[in-house]
Design a protein around this ligand. Sequence first.
Ligand code: AKG
Length: 317
Amino acid sequence: MGIVGNLDPNQLEFFKSEGYLVLECFSSEDEIKSLRLRMEQLLDDFDCSAKASIFSTKNQQHTTNDYFYESAEKVSFFFEEKAFDDDGNLKQPKQLSINKVGHALHELDPVFKSFSCSEKSTSLLCSLGYKRPVVIQSMYIFKQPGIGGEVVPHQDNSFLYTDPPTCTGLWLALEDATVANGCLWAIPGSHKNGLVRRFIRDEAGVHFDKPSPSYDQKDFVPIEVKAGALVVIHGDLIHQSFENKSSTSRHAYSLHVVDTDGCKWAEDNWMRRQVDPEPLTETAVVEIWSTGVLTCALFVSPCSWDKAGSAKDDSTS
Ligand SMILES: O=C(O)CCC(=O)C(=O)O
């Protein structure tokens, strides 16, 4: 089956110049409902007394623990920093305490896999020039009402580095994302300045190789979107999100994709896989020139459902 890239020249031009692109109505209401429902089930099954790890983009401490490293190939739950009281007890139900679930929902859970490996997602990557795209991580991000933590300015290529860099973020809004509930913000065009720093894993743990530059907040623009919109994020785009101080959550499902053809995965990335991830497509890319516009078709070897099912139980038990 051939999949043809689905972005039109104007969309590609916008992405090239601004470093991001909003695709309204990328997902139907039914698709969003099924992703949200599935997450509700996973949360209901999650025994929060056994596994507690906090996710913070400011404090790197969490990243030295095995729970974080092992989440690369699991469905793991990370709490909001502000979820606990002084005695270490949750201040609200677990459903309102989780910051994110990651990082292999796209491989291990059939509902999330279905979206992640869908023809429309693969087609997008085809448009962006991927030859052998791999979803390298997935995150369900809650941005909980009142306590949803900030995500400090960053570039995705810092965390998921290939040489040359090839990371793209696909961020699906599962609820309306507004300035009030902590939508994404980005510096348009900032991807043109290249990668600023890397997040390295070594014997000592994880650290950035350089300090963060200080950014001028007035250079950022809010990316407010309706539920169902997909925000495509260039790997070098500086983006962030603020705390959610509102009473409304802001759920999103975020995928990060890298190429595995024509580039090399960096061994010192935080993520080290025991098993190589399966590509969304096999490499045959046919380029068709019609009316002066380059169209490409990827010949797809769809992700295998059978392989996904077996690992799921391990990771969620
Ligand atoms: O959802 C957010 O608030 C931030 C997500 C993000 O930065 C990403 O997916 O790269």
